[in-house]
Design a protein around this ligand. Structure first.
Ligand SMILES: CC[C@H](C(=O)O)C(=O)SCCNC(=O)CCNC(=O)[C@H](O)C(C)(C)COP(=O)(O)OP(=O)(O)OC[C@H]1O[C@@H](n2cnc3c(N)ncnc32)[C@H](O)[C@@H]1OP(=O)(O)O
Length: 300
């Protein structure tokens, strides 16, 4: 009796904890020294992570370091954590579009920073920092879309897997180049890639460092579709129109939808069911539900 009670308490706690905002995957127990790595990352400046004002519940996050093909500098990693915290506290949010500046997505880590942080301690701390931030990004109660224009390489390819969906423009490419650097993904990209395309395809993409063009990405289930335009502005407009199809409801309903799907993906069945129950309770009898009940019974 005590054991099953303990198990049930543990499951409930897990399902509640996983929905909490700002929870890092790692702490001192794992050897994660967050303040130390933040200080180190601060030494490698350049570029920025910009977040647009909201427009009908949708914001655009821009990886902005075009001089280096939007490679992630240390300060960009710190800014990404700040933007994710902002998005976790965005009450009216429904959708997020992520793209790179000047019509290319992201070239991974800034290799200058990588060369300067080649110690095991720095590498592991950067890995845990980025895994935590991208896991929080993936768990945002928003529908997120990576618009892949140009190249998404290495950590940039991993970044696309931290979004719910990927839309690619003609001629664009996702490529997990890690093998060529004697590495494996370190920002959580391998674990998420297996969830998206399955272990067999993930093994081929990683071991072959294969170039994935839009057609192959759609075939593999890595991308939803190839956008018609390769123009930077036009393709963003097309991505916004695509996302609008899925965000036509009050924010609290869209956020609840994303949360139940995240629970189903990440938790064991009983914990997922408990999380679904808790989330269902936040919308049952809520304004959107009561308004729908007051209207005609026929669904459009
Ligand atoms: C866990 C993640 C993992 C890690 O942290 O270990 C990584 O992500 S490591 C990085 C993996 N990424 C790469 O290896 C890509 C390297 N870059 C390229 O292959 C090319 O630059 C490419 C294909 C993105 C673009 O080639 P293109 O010929 O069109 O342009 P350039 O190569 O001349 O690049 C323009 C300009 O950008 C600088 N650049 C590009 N990528 C990076 C980068 N990742 N870090 C730092 N700087 C980068 C490049 O040096 C050029 O600058 P310039 O001053 O003009 O030489």
């Amino acid at each position: 009796m005590a054991v099953s009670l303990w198990k049930s308490l543990l499951q409930t706690t897990k399902s509640r904890l996983f929905l909490q905002r700002g929870v890092s995957l790692y702490n001192g127990v794992h050897g994660f020294e967050e303040e130390a790595i933040k200080k180190k990352l601060q030494q490698f400046g350049g570029g920025s992570i910009n977040l647009s004002k909201e427009d009908h519940g949708i914001r655009v996050l821009t990886l902005n370091n075009p001089k280096q093909m939007n490679a992630f500098t240390g300060t960009m990693m710190l800014e990404l954590q700040e933007r994710v915290t902002e998005l976790e506290n965005w009450k009216d949010g429904k959708g997020l579009i992520i793209h790179g500046a000047e019509n290319t997505f992201c070239s991974g880590s800034d290799l200058n920073a990588v060369r300067a942080m080649s110690s095991s301690e720095d590498g592991m701390n950067m890995c845990m920092f980025m895994q935590s931030t991208l896991t929080r990004l993936k768990r945002l109660p928003l529908i997120s879309v990576a618009v892949v224009q140009g190249k998404a390489l290495g950590g940039g390819a991993e970044f696309t897997t931290a979004c719910d969906f990927r839309l690619m423009t003609p001629g664009s490419e996702i490529r997990f180049v890690h093998k060529q650097m004697g590495l494996v993904p370190g920002w959580g990209g391998a674990a998420r890639l297996v969830q998206i395309v399955g272990s067999g395809v993930a093994l081929k993409l990683l071991s072959g460092a294969l170039r994935v063009d839009p057609e192959r990405a759609v075939h593999l289930g890595l991308a939803e579709e190839t956008l018609p335009s390769s123009d930077e502005t036009r393709s963003l407009e097309e991505a916004q129109a695509w996302l609008n199809k899925y965000t036509k409801a009050p924010a609290e309903v869209i956020q609840a939808v994303k949360k139940v799907v995240t629970a189903g993906r990440e938790l064991q069945l009983e914990a997922a069911l408990r999380a679904e129950k808790d989330i269902f309770g936040t919308v049952w009898g809520g304004p959107a539900n009561l308004q729908a009940l007051a209207q005609s019974t026929k669904r459009k």
